[in-house]
Design a protein around this ligand. Structure first.
Ligand code: AMP
Ligand code: MG
Length: 357
């Protein structure tokens, strides 16, 4: 299939292109779209065939549920069963924005969209193109990240093209994503909301709004091998503050257990003071180069975790494109909640290979 490129950077003059994309989606087709977090791969969330095609295009395991995107808070009614007062407060505070909430699903949401689960993940994205596209389509849009399963998430339309060209109907071209890591996923089906996937909406921000407790899914602190499905083993030493054990509960978000965000190159994280990290990385670089291997450095020195979040996936793809054999990266400070969220991705990218320096 030929994948159409539709430039919607100039949104005011993109009416025809959005109308076309909407008609493709209504007919069960797939259109990739920008959001503030990462690019998403859109299909009609209420059409089980469209959902099945999303899994096929991405090569995604079929038990890994899709997030459903809506353009108005009122769109939640059709999708969710019980919506608590806490959830109401959070959507008022953070929608549109990078917070996904999990609810019991309604009968209208097909199991093909939820990976067979009785719950549904919903988000209202904070991007004018996404909101306009959902309105044009006239249906909620299932929208996982628009990459091949396992690859770094796409934060520019070029990344989507690289992975999915020839596999989907169209790509909406817009600016690079401003957040750069995926939304915070929050389970609202229990009394105490639980963060299943950390993002830039932090526990403190959530706690402030609901005036009560919020917890991290304990599975976030488990050291998992690079490819669990293939039975791989963890390499290197775990980050004691982030990863306290090598075995433990399975994550409640099925997607969190899979090999993820992996560059083609081997990757090692260095953890310690900035100067020591730099020294260790440069020493390793020299040794690798002496052995004929090319090395990419990702030290992000002095950068704010939010900026690292924005650039991290793009940097991994850049390194792959330039053909490096090994990426040496500095670990982030996980006492900062955004640093913790980016490290959640970094650790997976590196297959949990961490060296303390
Ligand atoms: P992505 O679509 O790539 O942004 O990934 C979506 C993430 O949300 C994955 O980690 C999913 O496992 C998680 N997720 C989506 N729906 C649910 C749900 N109903 N219950 C738990 N986790 C979910
Ligand atoms: Mg993804």
């Amino acid at each position: 299939m030929e994948t159409k490129l539709l430039d919607v950077t100039d949104l005011e003059h993109a009416g025809e292109k959005l109308a076309y994309a909407g008609s493709v989606l209504r007919a069960g087709g797939l259109v990739a779209f920008p959001t503030e977090t990462v690019y998403g791969l859109g299909g009609d969330a209420l059409n089980p065939n469209a959902a099945a095609d999303i899994y096929k295009a991405k090569g995604r395991p079929s038990d890994n549920p899709l997030i459903v995107h809506i353009s108005e808070i009122s769109g939640l009614e059709q999708l969710a069963g019980r919506v608590t007062d806490k959830a109401e407060k959070l959507m008022e505070a953070f929608w549109p924005g990078p917070l996904t909430m999990i609810f019991e699903k309604s009968g209208e949401v097909p199991l093909a969209t939820t990976g067979g689960l009785p719950t549904v993940a919903v988000r209202m994205p904070d991007h004018p193109v996404t909101l306009a596209l959902i309105r044009e389509a006239g249906c909620p849009l299932a929208g996982p990240s628009a990459n091949l399963s396992g690859r770094p998430s796409p934060t520019r339309w070029e990344h989507v093209y690289e992975d999915l060209s020839g596999r989907i109907d169209a790509i909406l071209q817009a600016e690079p994503c401003r957040v750069g890591i995926e939304s915070t996923v929050l389970d609202m089906t229990e009394d105490t909301p639980a963060i299943l996937r950390p993002g830039i909406i932090t526990p403190e921000m959530i706690r402030d709004k609901i005036g009560g407790k919020v917890v991290y899914d304990p599975a976030l602190f488990v050291n998992r091998p690079r490819d669990v499905s293939a039975g791989g083993t963890p390499g290197g030493r775990a980050d004691g503050s982030l990863l306290e054990q090598t075995d433990g509960p399975a994550p409640k978000a099925p997607g969190m257990k899979y090999r993820h965000y992996a560059p083609r190159a081997e990757m090692i994280l260095y953890q310690g003071g900035a100067a020591a990290v730099r020294q260790a990385a440069l020493k390793r670089k020299a040794a690798e180069e002496a052995a004929g291997r090319s090395v990419g450095l990702l030290l992000f020195e002095g950068e704010d975790a939010r900026l690292v979040a924005r650039e991290f996936f793009a940097e991994l793809r850049k390194m792959d494109a330039s053909g490096v054999d090994i990426i040496l990266a500095a670990a982030l400070d996980t006492s900062d909640p955004v640093g913790f969220s980016v490290m959640n991705r970094m650790l997976k990218s590196a297959g949990y290979r961490v060296e303390q320096v």
